[in-house]
Structure formats: C-alpha cells, structure tokens
Design a protein around this ligand. Sequence first.
Ligand code: UFG
Length: 343
Amino acid sequence: MRVLVTGGAGYVGSHTVLALVEAGHTPVIADNFSNSSRGVLERLELVAGVPIECHEAELTDVEATERLFRVEPIDAVIHCAGLKAVGESVSAPLEYYRNNLVSTLTVADVMARHGVRRLVFSSSATVYGASHASPLGEDSWPLESSNPYGQTKVIIERMLTDIAAAHVGWKVALLRYFNPVGAHSSGLIGEDPRGIPNNLMPFIAQVAVGRRDRLTVHGDDYETIDGTGERDYIHVVDLAAGHVAALDHLDAMTTDVRAFNLGTGASTSVLQLVRAYERASGRTVPYTVGPRRDGDLAVAYADPSRARAELGWMATRSIDEMCADSWRWQQNNPSGMSSRLAN
Ligand code: UFG
C-alpha cells in the first residue's frame, strides 16, 4: 500500500516509515518540521536503501492537505503528526487543541473527499487518566486526561469513532502508546528532543553522555518497587512494527474502530532504568531525588493481550536493548539529527 505517514520525520513516524519499507509498503511522508529535522530524510533513505518521498505540509491547512492528496495516490494514512509535550500543553492549551484537533479534522475531511478509508492513529496511554489500575485494558472507561495534550487524544479518539460510524467502509485503529524509547539499531535514527528533554530516557542519555550534570528523579515515595514511578517502556522499533501490524489488519477488522495498546505489559521503575542505562553505557548516571512531578502516576503499564490476539503483534525487545540502542544513537549523534554523518 501507499501510506501517507503524517509526522513521518518525527521520532515514532520515522521508525514507522522504515518498518513500512521493510514490510513492502511505500511510505509518503508529510511533515511541517516543527519538531523534527529535514536531516532525517537522508538518513531514512540510507537505512531503507530506497528513495523516500516527503512533502513539507501544514496539515491544519485544508488547501495544502488537499493538494497533497491530489498529487499522491494514497491507500491509507498513519497519522502521527501532533504536538506532544504534556507540560507545554498546560501552558499553551490553545495551540495544542488547535494544532492536534484541526490537523486531524483536516486529514479526515480530505481522506473522506478522496475516498481514503484506512486510518491508523497515534493515540496515547495518557487517555486512561488516573482513575484506572494497571494493567490497563482498552475497555477502561471513562477515558480522560489530566492535561490538554492528553485531552486532545481523548477527543480525537471520539471524533474518529463518530466519523468512522458515519462514513461507509472506514476502518480506524487507535494505537495507545505506552512509553516509546530506544532508537533504530543502525544508530542513524532516534529521538531528537529540542531543548531540555521532558521524558526520562532521553534525559538519562544526555546525562550519560555528559551533556547534563545529573538527573532529577521526580519522587521516591510512591508505592512502587523502589519508591520511584513505574512505566511500560517499549522499544520504538517494536512500536513501529505495531503500526504496520495494525495497518495490515484494518481490512479484516469487524468493527469500524478498534483501540489497541502498544506496550510490553511489564513495568520498570525510574531507578531500574537508570541502572540498565549504566550497564548499557558503562557510564555512571548521577541523580538527585526531587519532589513528585505534578500529574504523574505511580504506576502505568499495559495489558497488551488484544494486540497480540488480533494483530498478531507483541513487543520483543528488552529494557537492555532499549538502553543499548538509545546509547548508540546518543553517542553517534551528540547534537541529535543535525550531527554529521560518518563517511
Ligand atoms: N521522570 C523522572 N525524571 C525526569 C523525567 C521523568 O524521574 O527527568 C520519571 C517520571 O516521574 C515518571 C517516569 O520517569 O515516573 C517516566 O516519565 P516520562 O516523562 O518519560 O513519561 P510519562 O509516563 O510521564 O509520559 C509519557 C509520555 C506522554 C504520555 C504518557 C502516557 O511522555 O506523552 O507517557 O502514559 F502521555
């Protein structure tokens, strides 16, 4: 299939582009490069060994999106584009609601006009909010989130459910990511956060490489294995394979819309991840314990059984592989995607 990957130059999008090529699909990237770098394209082509088409496009712009669908025959869309920083969404809710909702509405609208009915959407485990206990199953109800970013995912899931119900033949997979980490094993593609990383693994990576002095552990008084927060970290290459599995399953789906958790089903604490990273890198990761971070949960991990049963997909990469691949990426690319490629 010819698959439009919105946000295809970003962290999850770029790994998904590679997984699509590997599976014999043809990805077409649409990205506005607001939180990604053009340099990723050269690297994607190097790893994939084929040219990869990319359009710089603003998906909140109906005309621009319409133009894209006019020039590209598209069979399916994987919609990864969106703003994703929880803290930033609290201070800039207008921007988050406008960008994430309007771009999704625009993509869906243009899909409908062009008869494209297959959609895989990047959702998030944040839709489960704070009121459900782990392991989190897809039927947990109600869905809610404590921050505007998460709320955009809840609203978009609802929007897509209504759109799919009203348009004949639509098939939509809602992929609820747990905590994507790691990098492609080539060391060429990885996470390239701008400024101070919000998330744990990229922060640890920058401490290990000497770019930052120490990690602050956000609280060690939770009721968890060692007092620090537990999460379900999933290798981004496994996550990308989950997108292809969902895409390939769409036509066989018996409902218009189906949500799938993409997680491992296991949880790892902050300190366990620090230790694993130290092992992988051979470096010490100094840390201090600070107060809890607002809005954080003690524990969140997936029940991944639906994806296994229905998509035939499961995560296979261990925490040690996640750390080793992240470390390779971090060392090879001290300044992220703008680092020079070795000859
Ligand atoms: N943590 C630290 N220090 C840091 C950063 C994080 O101790 O500098 C801790 C957090 O308190 C938490 C764990 O590391 O216990 C993981 O934190 P992340 O910020 O990496 O990830 P979150 O689980 O908070 O959030 C992630 C995504 C969100 C998504 C959510 C869904 O970043 O986009 O998972 O569950 F909404």
